[in-house]
Write a protein that binds this ligand. Structure first.
Ligand code: NAP
Length: 245
C-alpha cells in the first residue's frame, strides 16, 4: 500500500503564498497527500493556524505578501531548498476605469506582476532546478465588458510576463494558471447573497455541467509541479466558461 512518503512530491517542499484558504489551501492539502512538506502563508494568524491544524500540521508564517521586507525575511528564514511556490495572494480590481485614480490604475495593472517578481527574486536562489513557480491569472478577464474595467488589461499582461520570467528563472520553471469561476471564499465574498444563483447558472451553462472547485485547481497545480516539461505557459481551468459567456 502506498503512503504519503511515496507520493509524487515526496521529499519536496511546497510554499503557498496565500495558503490558508481557497486554491492555495487545497493545493497544500493535495501536495501534502503527495508527500510534500508544505509551508502556508497568509495575513491572518488565526486563519493560518486553523488551516495548518486541518492539514494535520504544517509550517506557517503570517505576513502580508505585498510587504517586500516581510516577504524577503520569510524566504531568508526558510530552511532551503524549496521545490515549488504557488502565489495566490492578491485579487482582481473591478470597477469603471474612469472612476479609478492614476495610482489605482498603476496598482491594478502591476500588483500581481510586482508580487510575482518579488517572490521570484527571493525564492530563486533557494529553489531546486526543475522546481516550479506557479502564478494565478484568469480566463474571465479575457473579455471586455462593463464592470470588468481594468481587469481585462491586467489579465492580458500575465501570460507574456510568465513566459519572460520563465526564461530568466530557468532551470526553475514558471507557469500561469488561468482560472474561471472557482468556488472559494474569495468568490463567496465577491458574490455575497448571489453565490447560489451563480453556482446554479454555472451548473446549467458550463460544458462540464458542474462548478469548478479549488481542488480542481489544486490538481492542476500539483501536475505543473511534477511535470518538468512545462514552463512559460498558461493553463486554462474554467470548465469551458470562456466559450459560453
Ligand atoms: N476564486 C476564483 O474564482 C478565481 C478565479 C481566477 C483567479 N483567481 C485568483 O486566484 C487567487 C486565489 O484565489 P482564491 O479564490 O483561492 O482566494 P481566497 O479564497 O481569498 O484565498 C486567498 C488566500 O491568500 C491569502 N492572502 C490574500 N492576500 C494576501 C496577502 N496580501 N498576503 C498574504 N496572503 C494573502 C488569504 O489569507 P489572508 O486573507 O489571511 O491573507 C488566503 O489564504 C487570487 O489571486 C485570485 O484572484 C481566483
Amino acid at each position: 500500500m502506498s503512503t504519503p512518503r511515496d507520493g509524487a512530491l515526496a521529499g519536496q517542499t511546497v510554499v503557498l503564498i496565500g495558503g490558508s484558504a481557497g486554491i492555495g489551501f487545497e493545493t497544500a492539502r493535495r501536495a501534502k497527500a503527495e508527500g510534500a512538506e508544505v509551508v502556508l502563508t497568509g495575513r491572518h494568524p488565526e486563519r493560518l493556524e486553523q488551516a495548518a491544524r486541518e492539514l494535520g500540521g504544517a509550517r506557517s508564517a503570517a505576513f502580508d505578501a505585498t510587504d517586500t521586507a516581510a516577504l524577503a525575511s520569510f524566504f531568508q528564514d526558510l530552511p532551503a531548498p524549496i521545490d515549488h511556490v504557488l502565489v495566490t495572494a492578491g485579487g482582481p480590481h473591478y470597477g469603471p476605469l474612469l472612476k479609478m485614480s492614476g495610482a489605482e490604475v498603476s496598482e491594478a495593472l502591476s500588483d500581481h506582476i510586482v508580487l510575482a517578481l518579488e517572490v521570484a527574486r527571493n525564492a530563486a536562489g533557494r529553489m531546486r532546478p526543475g522546481g516550479a513557480l506557479l502564478l494565478m491569472g484568469g480566463t474571465g478577464g479575457r473579455r471586455i465588458g462593463h464592470g470588468l474595467g481594468i481587469v481585462s488589461a491586467a489579465t492580458a499582461a500575465l501570460p507574456p510576463f510568465t513566459a519572460a520570467l520563465a526564461l530568466e528563472l530557468a532551470p526553475v520553471r514558471v507557469n500561469l494558471i488561468a482560472a474561471g469561476f472557482v468556488d472559494t471564499p474569495l468568490s463567496a465574498s465577491l458574490l455575497g447573497d448571489q453565490l447560489d444563483e451563480r453556482r446554479d447558472e454555472l451548473r446549467s451553462t458550463l460544458p462540464i455541467g458542474r462548478v469548478v472547485g479549488p481542488e480542481d485547481v489544486a490538481a492542476l497545480a500539483v501536475h505543473l509541479m511534477t511535470n518538468t516539461a512545462l514552463t512559460g505557459a498558461t493553463y486554462d481551468i474554467d470548465g469551458g466558461q470562456q466559450f459560453v459567456w
